[in-house]
Ligand binder design. Sequence first.
Ligand code: SAH
Ligand code: SF4
Ligand code: F3S
Length: 472
Amino acid sequence: MTQPRKLHIKSFGCQMNVYDAQRMVDALAPEGFVETANADEADLVILNTCHIREKASEKVYSELGRLRVAKDEAAQRGRRMDIAVAGCVAQAEGEEIIRRQPAVDIVVGPQSYHHLPQLLAEAKARGRALETEFPVADKFGFLPQPQPEAIRARGISAFVTVQEGCDKFCTFCVVPYTRGAEVSRPVEKIVDDVKRLADHGVREVTLIGQNVNAYHGDGPDGRAWPLGELLQHLAKIPGIVRLRYSTSHPRDVDDSLIEAHRDLIALMPFVHLPVQSGSDAILSAMNRKHSADDYRRLVDRFRAANPKIAFSSDFIVGFPGESDEDFEATLALVTQIGYAGAYSFKYSPRPGTPAAELQETVSAAVMDERLVRLQELIDSQQSAFNQAAIGTTVEVLFERAARNPGQIVGRTAYLQPAHVMAQPDIIGQVLPVRIDSLERYSLIGALAAPQQRQHAESRREFPQSLQLTTGA
Ligand code: SAH
Ligand code: SF4
Ligand code: F3S
């Protein structure tokens, strides 16, 4: 019989890493591993790393320095602690990680998490284990599907990977090198995953992929299905009341996705659509292959399909050669679109990417100043968006008990956290909430119509508005 062993995973970076961490927990559960929040007492610590910017990447080595001390202390007490580095730094740096920090036992790239039990055994036998190969394409050029797909349900909301990798090669970005070529999972596998999650209480599914709307998975009819068609199909699964997807690229938005937003009540009207810059010269140097006007037209198409759609985005300031005028064009675009929120980053040159070779760098001082100005503009738009909810009634999917006793927390269509005083039996239901106030980023309100409460456990009892899209 296997002894219970303790596993601690710390994840950095994007939603894909959050999902992968859950995959790793599930892959190690049959080996007797249970999760612990305390790294010091773990038998296996996994750092699930991100390589996107230098800061993210370097964080790994300071974490590893701390873990080495914990590992030495464990060894003094006669206990073995394995340290594994997973994720995109593992993929990008491979063996170099062990050279920089010899306390590391395992280096494992994102394509190989299903081998973790074998890698652990190998590390025990040989002292080290490394696996960062991309799966090899067969003679027809087909890559094996990413695996293992299925993760256990954890609460009301779940991520499901539908696509991995990226073929876009934006000149600043490491993702095509760390996550490899784009691969879509077949429709039927995704449908099975979502059905199983729904059977275990999941009500909201976010389809994830580095380039999620490049999705073109094999459908049951032998055609490659676009994301919009997949969403139409998933909306019919009993129990699933909300669908989201992330992250999309402006170039891959097709009519099927726009139609899904027009037709599906379950598809939330909140779209993360990174634009990076409002300047055509910079967009071209970034190899984004769309103009600022293309992006504006795209936003108009979404809004024409469903006027309730709100947008978020990612921006990079200080890309090599970004002039004052280029930056002003970004501010102008933000002002024009009006975002519900956005992430903005200072450009960070990444080894191996084409932009890292560019000479016309923007000074640190100018980058700082531009970042502050952009963030102030985005923050003011985000506050205005949140303020606008006060006094209105919005639908909230309740997820869990809040920290404050008696409060239950859920999310609006726009992912705003919303708190109400209520019984825990509302968890898993979508209910109307009258919003009274805003505390930082959280909406505070009260259930609007308790007498109309419906239980989300059974599809027959779903609120009328949701039945339209959940009827199989
Ligand atoms: N696939 C997504 C983005 C993935 S990376 C897309 O195409 O939009 C998440 C964000 O990190 C990017 O949108 C970009 O804004 C930022 N980013 C990526 N590389 C960066 C770099 N070298 N420096 C600064 N920010 C970067
Ligand atoms: Fe990176 Fe561009 Fe691919 Fe997004 S689309 S992951 S920014 S290369
Ligand atoms: Fe980071 Fe890799 Fe995600 S570089 S953003 S963890 S795909």
